[in-house]
Design a protein around this ligand. Structure first.
Ligand code: C5P
Length: 231
């Protein structure tokens, strides 16, 4: 999955470069993930929506990396806005919990046939502070926060989960918790230090790759190589 996080202070350049990048790598990727770089630079209407359209022209799904994590009505507004822009799926963070938090996201997306991918573990070095924190839940079985998140993904019927490629041991543990059928998406390959082979061997199904593709001298070749690593 390409993380299309291009930055450019010139709006037209940004749209042109995004389109060129999609044209160059489209045949080697399975989906496109858009983050706040494009949303904040272009806006959703007459901006990101044109890029989402191009993604669909390539017969690929477009995923919004919103990391939704707010109270229900705000989550619901954001979810509707992204869906109206054409996105097929949205990434949410489970930190807000179900009631009055993520319930609105799952209910709205499922009523419209869209997906939610749940963020289980970040890929940055500081992620451990929260995600590996040991908890003592009411069921009396102490376990780290990320394990609770993985259990929520199953319970809430998420379409997939995200675990950083920088943490292969965590990917293995999450695979055990979510079972064989849940897609594990793994960002953090290359620039962030994650090893694609180790992430896949640990149980990831998809790599999410940004800078190692779009900043490469030959993005098309970089995308092809990353695709091979994921197979
Ligand atoms: O350029 P790079 O390949 O590091 O980009 C990774 C993308 O995945 C970015 O859009 C980043 O925000 C996102 N991401 C991540 N780690 C997570 C979740 C999302 O790097 N755990």
């Amino acid at each position: 999955m390409l993380a299309l996080d291009l930055e450019d202070s010139d709006r037209n350049n940004l749209i042109r470069r995004s389109c060129e990048m999609l044209g160059a790598v489209g045949k080697f990727i399975c989906a496109v993930k858009i983050n706040r770089q494009l949303v904040l630079s272009l806006g959703l209407r007459d901006g990101v929506d044109t890029i989402v359209e191009l993604v669909h022209d390539l017969s690929l799904p477009a995923i919004m990396d919103a990391k939704l994590n707010d109270v229900g009505h705000t989550n619901q507004f954001m979810t509707r806005s992204y869906i109206d822009t054409g996105f097929d799926g949205i990434i949410a963070s489970p930190v807000a919990g179900w009631e009055g938090g993520l319930d609105s996201v799952f209910q709205l997306t499922s009523s419209l046939g869209k997906g939610v991918i749940l963020l289980i573990y970040m890929s940055n070095p500081g992620a451990e502070t929260l995600y590996s924190l040991k908890t003592e839940p009411a069921d009396g079985k102490p376990r780290p926060v990320f394990e609770l998140f993985a259990e929520m993904a199953v319970q809430w019927k998420a379409s997939g989960v995200i675990v950083g490629a920088t943490k292969p041991d965590i990917i293995s543990r999450v695979r055990k918790l979510v079972g064989p059928d849940m897609g594990i998406f793994s960002p953090g390959v290359g620039v962030q230090g994650g090893d694609a082979g180790k992430a896949i061997a640990a149980g990831a199904d998809y790599l999410i790759v940004g800078r190692s593709i779009y900043d490469a001298a030959d993005p098309s070749d970089a995308a092809r190589r990353h695709r091979e690593m994921a197979m």
